[in-house]
Design a protein around this ligand. Structure first.
Ligand code: SF4
Ligand code: SF4
Length: 364
């Protein structure tokens, strides 16, 4: 499934992710810059898809992700006493049939809003070696306030990440991003689709995490933190890695965002989707639509994947198409938002109609 060079591979340090690196790596042209750097300039330009309304839509789309305090918690302590007065963690729900119980968990995940769900065994390789650990009951915005201002000590991004003993399964979920909005990439309605998917993620993992704890088991609720989501999703049978560096799913291609819950529930793991992995391997070799659509040449057009990373923001040791995320982030700063071109053009995203931002707003 993967070609791994065990000598080169090491667990990723989250501080090397571009969203953290821009805070400490002075060699970057994007050092200390963020998506608001060029925002006023865009609004003044009156370009379609960059108005104050468009930017307001994006910022508001992040609301639940940024402001809900329990979204990314590792524990249930003092969280959701909804008035029943029940100590849910006092005993464990007895699971008589693991197969049917696994279906129950997947059903609950979909009811809470996940588009796709899979289960995998935890592979320690994919857990960050170090990263940013949020305070227990702080929202994303509160937890990262000092970090985002560049005032936090560098060591705060570099905490050892160790899952507690007994946490050996991961529920991986993908959340669809709106087709019409993504079709406007790289303009702001596309960024809003991404922001809204992140807020949906915060909602889904908050509810599913509580559901797991109400059954007496542990749940560690994660977005992009704690571990690499894409290999976990591949292990859980959700899809394959594309040339664009994203998870491609058979149902929605890369038009998804990923979240996960680590747990000690005795679930049955899914198998990786080998047929789809083979299909993508061959397809991406002969298709470079994402590379052609990338405004900053961040995606390689080379026919074959390699073991050669482009910077410390790539994790070496896995054979793949490495994306130059420094160039990608430069475009994000220029664009005042994430971009999504490489999602929009991928045939697996199955976008039927490509809209301009005005057409998006006028479509009923
Ligand atoms: S998000 Fe945009 S800039 Fe980044 S790799 Fe994809 S197409 Fe290129
Ligand atoms: S656009 Fe083509 S090359 Fe890029 S990820 Fe999608 S299928 Fe692969």
């Amino acid at each position: 499934m993967y070609e791994i060079d065990e000598v080169k591979y090491h667990r990723f340090k989250q501080k090397n992710n571009m969203l953290f690196r821009r805070l400490w790596d002075k060699s970057l042209s994007t050092y200390n810059q963020m998506l608001d750097t060029n925002l006023e300039k865009h609004i003044e330009s009156k370009k379609d898809g960059y108005s104050r309304i468009d930017f307001a839509l994006v910022a508001a789309g992040w609301t639940v992700y940024e402001k809900f305090p329990y979204a990314f918690t590792w524990e249930g302590k003092d969280l959701m006493d909804i008035g029943y007065g029940v100590n849910w963690m006092k005993s464990k729900h007895i699971i008589e049939n693991r197969e049917s119980f696994t279906k129950t968990i997947k059903k609950a995940a979909k009811l809470y809003g996940a588009s796709l769900v899979g289960i995998a065994d935890v592979n320690e390789k994919w857990i960050y070696k170090t990263g940013f650990i949020r305070p227990l009951q702080a929202s994303e915005a509160e937890a990262k306030q000092e970090v985002r201002k560049g005032k936090a000590a560098d060591s705060i991004y570099d905490q050892p990440i160790d899952l507690p003993n007994g946490i050996n399964k991961v529920i991986v979920m993908a959340v669809e991003m709106d087709e019409d909005a993504i079709s406007t990439a790289p303009t702001q309605p596309a960024a809003a689709a991404s922001a809204i998917a992140y807020s949906k993620i915060a909602f889904i993992i908050s509810c599913l995490g509580e559901f797991v704890r109400n059954l007496g088991y542990r749940a560690i609720q994660c977005g992009n933190d704690t571990a690499l989501s894409i290999p976990l999703a591949i292990d859980a049978g959700l899809g394959a890695l594309g040339r664009n560096g994203l998870l491609l799913t058979p149902e929605l291609g890369p038009r998804v965002r990923i979240c996960k819950i680590f747990t000690d529930l005795p679930l049955i793991s899914d198998e990786p989707n080998q047929r789809f992995i083979e299909k993508i391997k061959n397809y991406c070799k002969n298709c470079s639509k994402c590379a052609e659509a990338c405004e900053n040449d961040a995606i390689t057009k080379n026919e074959n994947p390699t073991f050669t990373p482009t910077s410390i923001s790539n994790n070496p040791g896995v054979k793949k198409y490495y994306v130059d995320v420094e160039k990608c982030f430069e475009f994000w700063v220029e664009n005042s938002s994430d971009c999504g071109n490489c999602i929009m053009v991928c045939p697996f995203s199955k976008i039927k109609e490509f809209l301009s931002p005005s057409e998006f707003w006028n479509k009923t």
